[in-house]
Design a protein around this ligand. Structure first.
Ligand code: SF4
Ligand code: SF4
Length: 428
């Protein structure tokens, strides 16, 4: 099926964005998909030129075009260094939204789309999915499936290897208690609430220990980033509207997230809803209140780390997620927090080519490519000789854990919240 994208010339933001590219190639060297595939169409410059050519009707929008768009990890390193301010994140999301109707890779896309629509946007369904996955993993049924299905399909085996391992019971926002007279909101997310419940509880504990009174609105929902990056723009906008309403119920307080991907996307709610007369202003207002956990005022050393690892002066490498490093420029704050403690040797993990391979749904859609990107990150981690990696993004955390587990490595991967506040086992 051929698709005509010439109507995009009438979309001022898209058209001016692609026209801004002067082909200087500054973005190319830092692009993880170019480093992996080594073709111009898999570089940011190449993708922008493909989008422009499609908009001008000079090329056909075929399977190859779509593949180049799909193989972008969405890390936005290109946008961060671009001297012409090409809004790459908006362009790739816009192109993908157009491509949702094509039959190319249709089966995988339909499955992902169904999962997004029915699961990720439903907190109750996610809680149940988290419980079910926890049971499956406790009974080691995932290992059984891997052994059986892996013989038939290496890609399926890789997907099972890269599946998130559930940590604790899900964090259920519908029963989470808010404090009286709150001074901040906590946004718990979707996949994180379902699969990393212990991390969410550690985050709440760290914030309260830091003197914050928390509002945890029961009606909050997935930020919509996964939908937007999969081309489901209408769904992303609906989720954004719901969060804008919920995260204003107790006034205009700071909103803490502990996921780099969520915080970047929520900071862009203003642009997402700019053409909606009812929601544009409140969305832009909420965007200005989003804070990463590392940017909330917290006690320097709320708790020693002995439950995480029972040795003093553990060597810790801090991984800065792409969605913090690029565009948001949340850099160094987690490092500073941990350097304030006396029980760690803290260093920054070299950024290398940037992305670890997680990239939202990319590792599920492109498991073999994700694994190749991941391998480089694992080599970097092992070269530092660290005993623990600390990250602030759930996708990175789950993928790095899966990769190190598959290698038989003893290096732990922890979320910043766990290191800041890890109550004794069984206290939650
Ligand atoms: S850095 Fe910006 S202007 Fe230069 S090639 Fe890349 S996208 Fe185009
Ligand atoms: S978002 Fe990342 S992977 Fe995609 S083109 Fe830009 S640098 Fe490359």
């Amino acid at each position: 099926m051929k698709l005509d994208l010439t109507h995009l010339a009438g979309d001022a933001r898209f058209a001016s964005g692609v026209m801004r590219c002067v082909r200087c190639s500054i973005c190319v060297a830092g692009c993880p998909s170019y480093a992996l595939f080594r073709t111009e169409g898999d570089s940011p410059r190449g993708r922008v030129q493909l989008m422009r050519a499609a908009m001008e009707g000079r090329i056909q929008v075929d399977d190859r075009f779509e593949q180049h768009m799909d193989q972008c990890l969405g890390c936005r390193a290109c946008e961060d260094v671009c001297p012409s301010a090409v809004p790459f994140g908006h362009l790739i999301d816009r192109a993908r939204a157009e491509l949702t109707v094509t039959p190319h890779r249709a089966a995988a896309k339909r499955r992902i789309r169904r999962a997004l629509e029915r699961l990720v946007a439903s907190p109750r369904a996610l809680v149940w999915a988290g419980r079910a996955l926890r049971l499956v993993q406790a009974l080691r049924l995932d290992r059984l499936a891997r052994n059986l299905l892996g013989r038939l399909s290496p890609a399926t085996a890789r997907r099972i290897d890269l599946m998130p391992r559930v940590q604790g019971r899900p964090f259920d926002v519908s029963s989470a208690a808010s404090d009286p007279a709150p001074t901040a909101y906590f946004h718990a997310g979707c996949i994180m609430a379902a699969t990393l419940g212990d991390v969410q509880r550690a985050t709440v504990s760290a914030l309260r220990a830091g003197g914050w009174s928390l509002a945890i609105p029961h009606g909050q929902i997935c930020c919509g980033a996964l939908h937007q990056h999969a081309g489901l723009t209408d769904e992303a906008r609906n989720l954004a509207r719901r969060n804008v309403a919920e995260l204003a119920r107790h006034g205009r307080l700071p909103v803490c997230t502990n996921s780099a991907g969520c915080s970047l996307f929520m900071k862009e709610y203003g642009a997402l809803l700019a053409d909606d007369p009812e929601w544009a202003e409140p969305a832009a207002e909420l965007a200005g209140r989003i804070r990463d956990l590392s940017q909330m005022a917290l006690p320097e050393a709320p708790r020693p780390i002995e439950e995480v690892a029972p040795r003093a002066k553990i060597s810790v490498a801090v991984q800065e997620a792409c969605h913090h490093w690029n565009v948001q420029r949340v850099r160094g704050s987690a490092l500073e927090l941990l350097r304030g403690r006396g029980d760690m040797e803290v260093s920054a993990l070299p950024r290398g080519i940037g992305c670890c391979g997680s990239a939202g749904l990319w590792s599920a859609l492109e498991p073999d490519s994700a694994w190749r990107v991941l391998e480089r990150s694992l080599d970097q981690i092992e070269a530092t000789g660290c005993e623990m990696v600390v990250t602030s993004n759930p996708g990175c955390l789950l993928l790095l854990r899966a990769g190190l587990r598959a290698r038989g490595s003893s290096v732990e991967v922890r979320h910043l919240a766990e290191v800041l506040f890890m109550p004794p086992r069984g206290a939650w």
